[in-house]
Ligand binder design. Structure first.
Ligand code: S3P
Length: 436
């Protein structure tokens, strides 16, 4: 399916994007590991998370939908031997977290994914989990692979990458390992696993090593819990960027997760001169929530510091689009991880921007976009997304503010993270429709 975004007047109104993807995966996985009942409110019912729900069932949990975005998990108190391959679809988070959790149990599980996920590196979890004692049949260090779990020992693991998926895989395995497990990463990545482990009653705290705090787990039995899932800031990012770059716009995005380790994109927007503010901050669930209000802004180019990359890792595609509407140069470095996401996001974003008449350039670990202000972008291209949901949404946002419409291919992949994206945008005044 192809979608076309046409230039529009303005975006106005309020929207509540679907639930946070990271928290949704974790709620289902921890619910399945736990003893007793877990009730999840606001679960993201997107393809990626539905893969995790199906996997949780295969590992022995009862998982059922009880209402709109409401799900119940009856955990089996640990993972059981699955009957068939665990299909992770497009989701790196599903694959890596589930491989970590499964490693803790005496079972053998085969994991597979779609053609994008089969290309993504799995050695980043195979290496630490092997050190802990898990065994792998993974000739290419990619999916499909088989993990043989059980008999783990805790380790102190210095991860070469700042990745919440790696961290979470190791910590989840650590729940079943002898002794303690500590994860050290170059920069802190999102900490939803650590926060939620505490909600499920696990022994999870922080330990000081070399003057910094790092997460640590000890063997734990989880107990079912209630989880509320706020709106995903990575989905809110598209609505906010669209409001900033279209004329006469003001949009309030409600109930957004504002965990500080997820706010790098919004910090960067503020440095670009964005009219952006947080309202009604609250913290009912151990994760902070707020409304974010954004309005049309005259933006300037920026160079976000490399250490900020983990806190905006999924927002670089929409940052690249936003930068095309800013005045001056935006330079992203220290973001080589973008090359191993659902697609090579550096190449795809630069190619797409150039096709839309934007001055953009690839760097080995980032990109440069030279913008000429809000009214300067031509658009008028058909964008190759290679099935990457965030590339697709980014260019649809570009099409709303460009001079000519933009078409994206493989738009059905948007359902992996933001089902109802086109409808949500349309409710604010956007013109996004299927090309027939
Ligand atoms: C995620 C972590 C990030 C992010 C992904 C979700 C998570 O990946 O890109 O969309 O839920 O842990 P990395 O941890 O590999 O950077």
């Amino acid at each position: 399916m192809r979608l076309r975004a046409r230039p529009i007047g303005s975006l106005k109104g309020r929207a509540r994007p679907p639930g946070d993807k990271s928290i949704s995966h974790r709620a289902l996985i921890m619910g399945a590991l736990a003893r007793g009942r877990t009730e999840v409110e606001g679960l993201l019912e997107a393809d990626d998370v539905l893969c995790t729900a199906a996997a949780a069932r295969q590992f022995g949990a009862i998982v059922e939908k009880t209402g709109e975005s409401a799900w119940r998990v009856e955990g089996a108190g640990g993972f059981k031997q699955p009957g068939e391959t665990i299909e992770c679809g497009n989701s790196g988070t599903a694959a890596r977290l589930l491989i970590g959790a499964a490693s803790g149990y005496k079972l053998s599980a085969r994991f597979d994914g779609d053609k994008s996920l089969r290309k993504r590196p799995m050695n980043r979890v195979i290496a630490p989990l092997s050190q802990m004692g898990a065994r792998f049949d993974a000739p290419q260090s990619k999916l499909p692979l088989i993990v043989h779990g059980g008999g783990l020992k805790g380790i102190v693991y210095r991860s070469p990458v700042s990745s919440a998926q790696v961290k979470s895989a190791v910590l989840l395995a650590g729940l079943q390992a002898e002794g303690e497990t500590v994860l050290i990463e170059p920069e802190r990545s999102r900490d939803h696993t650590e926060r939620m482990l505490k909600v499920f009653g696990a022994h999870c705290d922080q330990v000081e090593i070399d003057g910094a705090l790092h997460p640590r787990v000890r063997p734990s039995t989880l107990t079912g819990a209630r989880v509320y899932v706020p709106a995903d800031p990575s989905s809110a990012a598209f609505l906010i960027a669209a409001a900033l770059i279209t004329k006469n716009s003001e949009v309030c995005v409600e109930d957004v997760l504002v965990n500080p380790l997820r706010l790098g994109f919004f910090e960067t927007l503020l440095e670009m001169g964005a009219k952006l503010r947080y309202e009604e901050r609250r913290d009912p669930i151990g994760e902070p929530i707020a409304n974010i209000i954004a309005s049309t802004s005259d933006l300037i180019g920026v160079a976000p510091p490399p250490r900020r990359a983990p806190s905006m890792i999924d927002e670089f595609p929409i940052l690249a689009v936003t930068a095309a509407f800013a005045q001056g140069e935006t330079r992203v470095v220290g973001a080589a991880e973008l090359r191993v996401k659902e697609s090579d996001r550096i190449t795809l974003m630069v190619d797409g921007l150039k096709a839309c008449g934007v001055d953009a350039e690839e760097l080995p670990d980032g990109l440069i976009v030279r913008g000429n202000g809000r009214k300067s972008v031509r658009g008028g291209a058909t964008i190759r997304t290679m099935g990457d949901h965030r590339v697709a949404m980014s260019f649809l946002v570009l099409g709303l503010a460009a001079k000519e419409p933009v078409i994206v291919d493989e738009a059905e992949m948007i359902n992996t993270s933001f089902p109802g994206f086109a409808r949500c945008m349309a409710a604010l005044g956007a013109d996004i429709s299927e090309v027939v």
